[in-house]
Design a protein around this ligand. Structure first.
Ligand SMILES: Nc1ncnc2c1ncn2[C@@H]1O[C@H](COP(=O)(O)OP(=O)(O)OP(=O)(O)O)[C@@H](O)[C@H]1O
Ligand SMILES: NC(=O)c1ccc[n+]([C@@H]2O[C@H](COP(=O)(O)O)[C@@H](O)[C@H]2O)c1
Length: 279
């Protein structure tokens, strides 16, 4: 899983290589998503999770956005280079410390075709890069420890994790049993309890981050753009980029998702259709 790609290097420019507080566990948060487009809520998820994490014995040393490959099969995905450019603008506009890892979008099979990467493999590779290649994080006494890598997701995505058609149970063991997740509430899409109750065996590795009532989503932003409205929930520079490149002008066709093994699956229900009233 560590194939090199021309021009790619693992981003770590904003990784805090040394802890500033004694007795804290270094934490790296990884947000995997479509980011089509990135909204202001995608960005504020990092800050709400950080405030929460720092009250619970962690020190956030790095935040990553990992946009999924174009092969994920959601018809709402604009090409990865646009999604990456928009993530970059969103980071600049919101003064975020997040880094973009575009490895998922660059991976290719032997024939040079883009491939989908399951989220468990994204976390395993980030863990390897941070802790084995870079050597971890230095503590105040000068020793190096492994950073704790955890997933940052919304409750709506957590709700899909108990569906074995969408997530292989073995991957959930890796993601929630080994790594763990910060789950940000998303009351407009689902009740937090419905999302976490089926995952209760991973309780010790799940942090539920309270959020405020909001109906911010990429779906809503795309609909506003299509209707010629101003999408208030996007960073201004992202909105301007969308206008400049005439993105999201037409209605998406039916989604063609990948299954739990990363293979296109025409039969699979979109993970969040049952709970998303606004799409
Ligand atoms: N408003 C929000 N509150 C909490 N989590 C969110 C919010 N918006 C996005 N997320 C989370 O961010 C991650 C990436 O989401 P994604 O890029 O698919 O955005 P989305 O708004 O859910 O997209 P779409 O509307 O296109 O399905 C997911 O874990 C999702 O749950
Ligand atoms: N089996 C899996 O690894 C799996 C299943 C569903 C979604 N995901 C990931 O979750 C993220 C968000 O997906 P949605 O845009 O469908 O909410 C994406 O990065 C996607 O790759 C992974």
């Amino acid at each position: 899983m560590s194939e090199p790609y021309h021009g790619y290097s693992f981003p770590h420019n904003r990784l805090k290589r040394r802890l500033t507080h004694p007795n804290k566990t270094p934490l790296v948060l990884v947000s995997c998503g479509s980011f089509s487009p990135p909204t202001s809520l995608h960005m504020s998820m990092f800050s709400v999770a950080e405030s929460y994490a720092e009250r619970t014995g962690f020190e956030l040393v790095g935040s990553y956005m990992s946009p999924c490959s174009d092969t994920y099969g959601k018809s709402s995905l604009v090409p990865a280079h646009h999604r990456i450019n928009m993530c970059r603008l969103a980071i600049e506009q919101t003064n975020s410390n997040a880094m973009i890892d575009d490895w998922e979008t660059l991976r290719r099979d032997e024939a040079g075709r883009p491939v989908y990467t399951r989220t468990a493999d994204v976390l395993k590779r980030l863990d390897e890069q941070l802790n084995d290649v870079l050597g971890g994080i230095q503590t105040l006494d000068g020793t190096f420890v492994r950073a704790r890598v955890m997933l940052l997701i919304g409750a709506d995505l957590a709700l899909t994790m108990s569906d074995p058609k969408v997530w292989a149970p073995a991957d959930i063991d890796v993601l929630l049993g080994y790594y763990g997740a910060f789950i940000v509430e998303r009351p407009a899409l689902c009740a937090t309890q419905d999302a976490i109750q089926p995952l209760k065996k991973y309780h010790d590795n799940i942090m539920v981050v309270p959020s405020f009532q909001n109906d911010v989503s990429s779906t809503k932003a795309r609909a506003q753009i299509r209707n010629g409205e101003v999408a208030q929930d996007l960073p201004r520079s992202v909105y301007d980029y969308i206008k400049l490149h005439h993105l999201y002008q037409s209605a998406p066709s039916k989604d063609r998702h990948v299954d739990k093994n990363g293979k296109p699956d025409l039969e699979m229900v979109s993970p969040r259709l049952p709970v998303a009233s606004h799409r």
